[in-house]
Design a protein around this ligand. Structure first.
Ligand code: GUN
Length: 283
């Protein structure tokens, strides 16, 4: 079997067209969705991510505000800036790019963002709402994975979904979203004994471990849906995922590539959350 490739790039492009129409409708009502991105210091990767987020805003006709703060900014000053943005009516979404310098408490920062503007879906209120299935903001990468599965027509209910990785940003929430859609979910992680025992029974396998080409063909069941969240560089410096695409794509039913798989969906769902925040600010 040769897997069907799930193109995140194509699905993201389609969703962005739909979003651009939503932005137009909101603008006709006098509201331009606005996203504030706070960047502390000059981490090279963070700068690239932030630039891509701003570009996506502009392409959709949204307002984008970049707040750049020096590496030495105090926690107090950063919290004050967030509070200002919480109270700024032209800003509907606030995102503080992570990681932050060591002298700043990340948790305190996330807790300070108003849950109604928390478009990253990292605030405990939104995490709680995700657990109970209430309306809130879903974290962008897990949300993007669900949208990719839906758009491809892959049903989740009753399936065995195995998540490898348990980060707060990807592993834990993607398992919860799959559970909310009635999958039977197994979490695996770095301490799991006999990983293959679990991954070989997965109908849907989500991998977010950050190790290049970690999942091989003998980890998976014939015909499985394989979602690769990895973003690594191999020995040759080439971008690659956590899944060995070359061999796994010969056995899987569906597979996401790296690049152009999950990546483009993440920013798209950030835009979706910002448009949703703007729309909800009217009511
Ligand atoms: N750093 C890496 N990924 C993310 C993300 O999704 N959100 C934020 N705020 N920072 C990040």
């Amino acid at each position: 079997m040769t897997a069907e490739i799930i193109s995140g790039k194509e699905i993201a492009a389609k969703k962005r067209l739909e979003l651009a129409k939503e932005v137009e409708k909101l603008k006709a009502q006098g509201i331009t969705p606005g996203l504030a991105v706070i960047l502390v210091g000059d981490n090279h990767a963070s700068k690239t991510y932030v630039r891509n987020k701003q570009k996506a805003c502009h392409e959709l006709g949204m307002y984008s505000l970049l707040v750049e703060l020096p590496e030495e900014v105090s926690e107090e000053e950063l919290l004050k800036k967030i509070d200002e943005l919480n109270n700024d009516p032209v800003i509907h979404g606030i995102l503080v790019q992570l990681p932050l310098p060591k002298h700043i408490d990340e948790k305190k920062v996330i807790d300070t963002i108003s849950p109604t503007k928390d478009v990253d879906g990292f605030h405990p209120v939104n995490i709680g709402k995700m657990m109970t299935g209430e309306n809130g903001f879903l974290p962008c990468t897990p949300f993007g994975i669900i949208v990719m599965l839906e758009d491809t027509g892959i049903s989740v209910a009753g399936k065995h979904a195995v998540v490898v990785g348990r980060s707060n940003i990807v592993g834990k929430p993607v398992g919860q979203l799959l559970l909310n859609r009635h999958a039977t979910v197994t979490y695996c992680h770095s301490k799991t004994e006999n990983l293959k025992h679990y991954t070989q029974t997965a109908d849907i396998l989500v991998v977010a471990v950050g190790i290049a080409n970690f999942i091989k063909a003998d980890h998976i069941k014939e015909g499985a849906v394989v979602i690769d969240v990895g973003m690594n560089r191999n020995e040759a410096g080439k971008l690659c995922g956590d899944v060995d695409f070359e061999e796994v794509s010969k056995k899987a039913g569906y597979i996401t590539p790296v690049p152009n798989g999950v990546g483009p969906m993440t920013i798209t769902m950030l835009m979706y959350n910002t448009v949703k925040a703007a729309a909800e600010s009217i009511n």
